[in-house]
Design a protein around this ligand. Sequence first.
Ligand code: 13P
Length: 257
Amino acid sequence: MNRRYRKTIIAGNWKMNKTLTETKAFAEEFKPLLNRPRWCDVVLCVPFVNLQAAIRLFKDSKVSIAAENCHYESSGAYTGEVSAEMLKDIGVKYVIIGHSERRQYYNETDFTVNKKVRAALDAGLRPIICVGESLEQRELGVTMELIAYQVKCALSGVSAEKVRHVVFAYEPIWAIGTGKTATSQEAQDVCEFIRSIIRKLYGARVARAVTIQYGGSMNPKNAFELLGQPDVDGGLIGGASLKPDQFMEIINAANQD
Ligand code: 13P
């Protein structure tokens, strides 16, 4: 983290978890825990059907609500899809773009990621862009090439003015839901590398202002060390964000000097 130049953002990604009833129960348990001063922003990414309820439930608690995906067109004949404008209109602040699960199961490509990033920014949403390598790619030694490619594709056509609203999440696929976390050094190396790509594209001032998260089996035990790395500006947390006490412990880990 480097709070002098950029925001630390702790975001929970609920994926396809929690009914409306469970969302209300989470809010009831979680909100009283949010009483300490916080040095980080807190975001909850919830399924589409629970967005409006979550926005209502967290209205006075400085928790921003995010969607987990959006379409790249603003309207039209796309049955079953939701546009960035629709999300913005109900009060959504962030949207996850290009999560590896969407790349893997729903044919999300670097090309569609780019279109979605631009659509989100045009609508006034902050995209949380996920990048990360598979175990095979890491073992082949092409992690940095792949990350550079994903970052450049995602940002193609994005102005320096708009890139300030972008958040990156480095999520190595082999660490997602596996209990196997990247070491803090591995996370730092890739997050620093992502910043270097942004620096080449937009210059040092822009690069140092961009929040770059780590995601992949982050939990109360490893959060402190991961967040202590200079270029790891937060976390995108799956499993551990489903439990109010665990998610709160990770938020507290961001309150370090
Ligand atoms: P886990 O924290 O469950 O590994 O999930 C990480 C993730 O995919 C967040 O987007």
